[in-house]
Design a protein around this ligand. Structure first.
Ligand SMILES: [Zn+2]
Length: 423
């Protein structure tokens, strides 16, 4: 909660302005803020954005890649099996240490809000305890929102009581995984139980939903139905929704209207969807990501998640949400100017709506949280995934880096480039 003036900010329109943060909140945005005796930094006309938000992550599994072995097939099901092999040997300290290491990467990348699912389907709630402690210990640097996630199926693994207990302990959101229940009917029943539980407790819902290539996996229809029935409009997110990629077009045309009616939030995970889906296909191989352009066009709130970093499901990643948006842009053919900008928004402003964040944004009265990127605008940010020069949380500088500059040598003559497109 500090005072700070950031001068020469480029908010994406090339007009330079200043941002004055007072006691952790944005007090003023104006090109003519006088010296006020508080610390100042110079953004040097680099692009200033609100921090990145990861709408879908698994912090209890992160950085466990190779434990006890790697996922050779790369499928969702082998990943779940592998996680099951690792779970009995997990300790609270090990989960916390890995989560803490990940948080440091996130901060360096300017990702200051994370919705993390946490597995509640084992015998213990070790991961819940660990992540609740991390949430508290890191609250001045990064905001965690936790989802009670029954990885092995709330009915299939009989863990409803554990899930409720995790909510009593302070987990924020109700999760689910209907496509992993034993039958479609059980999947539908699990959605009903979990939505009613969330409605009763006044909580948000975020379900892993239809993460499959099966065009007949239609749990999103049931999730939409209960969202409408229970009056939970805008409070429910469908994560993944990869089966929508493969759905019949006529059925999709009916479904999308119902989803709009329910104000359903959509959380695709481009890096994971593109690598996990389509594994059973011969050529041509499906790409597996849900129908993002059509969902945006219909007016649905679409936010991207990273989902995994170095865990049983994904062997790469450094928790850079620009990498996520960059992948989405390519997979969904979102190359128009406004389409590219919407990809940037899907890891910032629309994610804030999914998480129901308060005081997020670069406006007077909002939290004094921002990221200064070594580029000119949203599209350049996607192209370069540039150096995060400063990461600021409530007026505190919590990460900084020198600008990247490459030294070139031609016939003993030195030149430099920073890869910025100036036309
Ligand atoms: Zn997930």
């Amino acid at each position: 909660m500090k005072d700070l003036i950031v001068r020469n900010c480029n908010l994406g329109n090339d007009d330079q302005t200043c941002i004055y943060i007072k006691k952790g909140f944005i007090q003023d945005i104006d090109p003519k803020i006088p010296e006020l005796g508080c610390p100042e930094i110079n953004a040097n006309n680099n692009f200033v954005s609100s921090p990145f938000i990861d709408s879908h992550f698994h912090m209890d599994a992160t950085l466990s890649y190779g434990l006890p072995r790697v996922n050779e097939s790369g499928t969702l099901l082998e990943g779940i099996k592998l996680w099951g092999e690792l779970k009995p040997s997990l300790t609270k300290d090990a989960i916390k240490q890995r989560a803490l290491d990940l948080c440091k990467w996130s901060i360096a990348r300017g990702t200051l809000f994370i919705r993390s699912h946490v597995d509640v389907s084992g015998d213990s709630l070790l991961a819940v305890e660990a992540l609740l402690e991390i949430k508290e210990e890191m609250k001045d640097y990064i905001d965690l929102q936790l989802v009670a996630f029954p990885q092995d199926g709330v009915l299939r693994s009989n863990c409803l009581e554990n899930l409720k207990k995790s909510l009593d302990m302070g987990v924020d959101v109700v999760g689910g995984i209907p496509h992993f229940e034993r039958t479609m009917a059980d999947g539908a029943e699990s959605i009903k139980i979990l939505c009613e539980l969330a409605e009763k407790r006044g909580l948000l819902v975020d379900m892993h939903c239809d993460e499959s290539d099966d065009p007949l996996s239609r749990h999103i229809e049931t999730l939409t139905y209960h969202t409408n029935r229970l009056g939970m409009h805008g409070r429910v997110a469908g994560s993944h929704l990869t089966s929508m990629h493969s759905m019949d077009n006529y059925y999709f045309s009916k479904l999308i209207g119902l989803m709009v009616e329910a104000e359903m939030n959509i959380v695709p995970n481009p890096l994971i969807n593109i690598t996990i889906q389509g594994k059973h296909d011969a050529y041509p191989k499906r790409r597996g990501m849900t129908r993002v352009p059509e969902q945006i066009k219909a007016g649905l709130n679409v936010a991207f998640g990273h989902d995994c970093v170095l865990d049983p499901w994904y062997p790469l990643g450094s928790h850079d949400m620009l990498e996520v948006a960059h992948m989405a842009l390519h997979v969904a053919h979102l190359t128009g100017q406004n389409e590219m900008k919407s990809c940037f928004d899907s890891v910032t402003s629309t994610s804030a709506k999914v998480l129901h964040l308060d005081k997020y944004g670069l406006k007077k009265g909002c939290n004094g949280d921002l990221v200064i990127l070594q580029c000119n605008n949203k599209i350049e940010a996607l192209r370069l995934k540039p150096t995060r020069l400063f990461v600021i949380k409530k007026g505190n500088i919590i990460s900084s880096a020198e600008p990247t500059e490459y030294q070139l040598k031609f016939n003993e003559k030195l030149e430099t480039t920073d890869l910025i497109f100036r036309n």
